[in-house]
Ligand binder design. Structure first.
Ligand SMILES: Nc1ncnc2c1ncn2[C@@H]1O[C@H](COP(=O)(O)OP(=O)(O)OP(=O)(O)O)[C@@H](O)[C@H]1O
Ligand SMILES: [Mg+2]
Length: 402
């Protein structure tokens, strides 16, 4: 994601070049190295700018554009060519591919298809080193890890976990982390982070048909920790604007820009909640050591586990361990739910409520508290990456017994 793809485009027609340029400019991992409106000049442009990828529009002069692709692939065999044409028939595609294009997109280009094509081209890009050996230049975009935080009853600690997990992940500057507040009616991730949003999911939903990466990224507000937040709608009546297919598109696009997505779900298992769960890699089911919560965990494991591809994603997190609320032990809880507990977050009322009331994450308010230590370790376990700096981290208070 951070390795930038330098692109040069050639398209004699302003009316198709402009929208393509705007689409490319919105993609974070793209740097528009050069733009050209004449096929005959483009080979020089490519020589001077030596881009990682060229995009050739195929509609202005079909003989010239195919000749250009042949010339480009002969002179720069390591620079893949992406052909774009309004003619999406088999013959046109074949001609472009035979001339040497590696990918073909039909105009007007759909953002999702462009992102997929760019990622495929990234993976196939090769360079010839001075010693003549071939190597892959430009790793494929690392898959985004999406995590849903799901409650087993109200007030079980989902927002606290989602917000603090996000802030902890965002401490690693190699990661791009976004939190989406899907508790559309009563969500409070914005309050927990003391952020006043300019845009919300409702604005994104209203503009879903002309959504590009620039607009989408602008709709997220950035917290000082580095975490980006896509907030729930401010006006309750706007909730109905957000459909599950909107959310599906938004999640797909966010995955192109962010390494980690966290969803703070409502407790109503709405279609949007289910969409997020289906599109996630990990579903953290948050419980507390009391009967209602554990009984609901059993029900959730059963219901969600019956859905295709869902069972392996489900992980139980017990929050507020040590709260002395009752006599249910962790062992008893594991027996009841019939599977190991993935993570435990200790009870620390003072740190948690203090952080919430101050509108700051635990890592600012109570960096040494046991809840922060536990959630930081959870973030690290989920990040799939080692510590960013050589370990000066304490491993004390590591509560996992996965
Ligand atoms: N580990 C913890 N130790 C102590 N208090 C906690 C802990 N986790 C959460 N809390 C407290 O529990 C309360 C509810 O937490 P939170 O709002 O995160 O839950 P929620 O599941 O998002 O609630 P809702 O159902 O309203 O969305 C808050 O006051 C929070 O400070
Ligand atoms: Mg909440």
């Amino acid at each position: 994601m951070k390795d930038v793809l330098r692109i040069a485009i050639v398209d004699p027609s302003d009316s198709t070049r402009e929208p393509l340029r705007n689409l490319l400019l919105g993609v974070e991992s793209v740097w528009l190295e050069a733009e050209c409106s004449r096929y005959e000049f483009f080979i020089d442009v490519a020589r001077q700018s030596s881009p990682d990828l060229v995009v050739v529009s195929l509609d202005a002069d079909h003989a010239k554009d195919l000749q250009l692709i042949q010339q480009l692939t002969a002179e720069f065999p390591n620079i893949p060519v992406l052909g774009v044409s309004a003619r999406g028939d088999g013959q046109s595609i074949l001609q472009a591919l035979r001339a040497g294009a590696k990918e073909f997109l039909t105009a007007p280009v759909v953002l999702e298809e462009l992102l997929l094509a760019l990622n495929r081209l990234r993976q196939t890009r090769t360079t010839v080193a001075a010693d003549g050996t071939l190597s892959v230049n430009g790793a494929p975009k690392v898959d985004t890890l999406s995590v849903c935080v799901v409650g087993s009853r109200g007030g079980v600690g989902c927002t606290s976990l989602a917000v603090n997990l996000g802030c902890n992940l965002a401490q690693d500057t190699r990661l791009n982390v976004a939190l989406v507040d899907l508790d559309l009616a009563l969500g409070d991730a914005d309050v927990a982070l003391d952020l006043i949003p300019d845009y919300t999911l409702a604005d994104v939903a209203m503009n879903i048909d002309r959504l590009d990466m620039t607009f989408l990224r602008r709709s997220l507000c950035k917290h000082a920790s580095g975490l980006s937040l896509l907030p729930h709608p401010v006006q309750m009546e706007d909730i109905s604007l957000i459909h599950e297919d909107h959310l599906g598109r938004v999640i797909g696009l966010l995955k192109a820009s962010y390494s980690h997505l966290i969803f703070d779900l409502s407790k109503r298992f709405t279609p949007t909640d289910l969409t997020a769960m289906r599109m996630s890699d990990v579903i953290l089911l948050v419980a507390q050591l009391e009967l209602t919560s554990l009984r609901n965990i059993v029900r959730l494991l059963h219901t969600l586990g019956n859905e295709d591809g869902m069972a392996d994603k489900l992980k139980v997190v017990v929050n507020r361990v040590g709260a002395d609320e009752g006599d249910i032990t962790l062992r008893k809880a594991e027996e009841t739910i019939g599977r190991p507990i993935f993570w435990q977050v200790p009870n620390d009322f003072k740190a948690m409520i203090g952080a919430r009331n101050a509108g700051v994450p635990l890592l600012t308010h109570a960096p040494k508290s046991k809840t922060q230590v536990s959630i930081a370790a959870l973030a690290q376990a989920l990040s799939g990456r080692g510590p960013q700096e050589p370990a000066k981290k304490e491993r004390r208070g590591f509560f996992s017994f996965k």
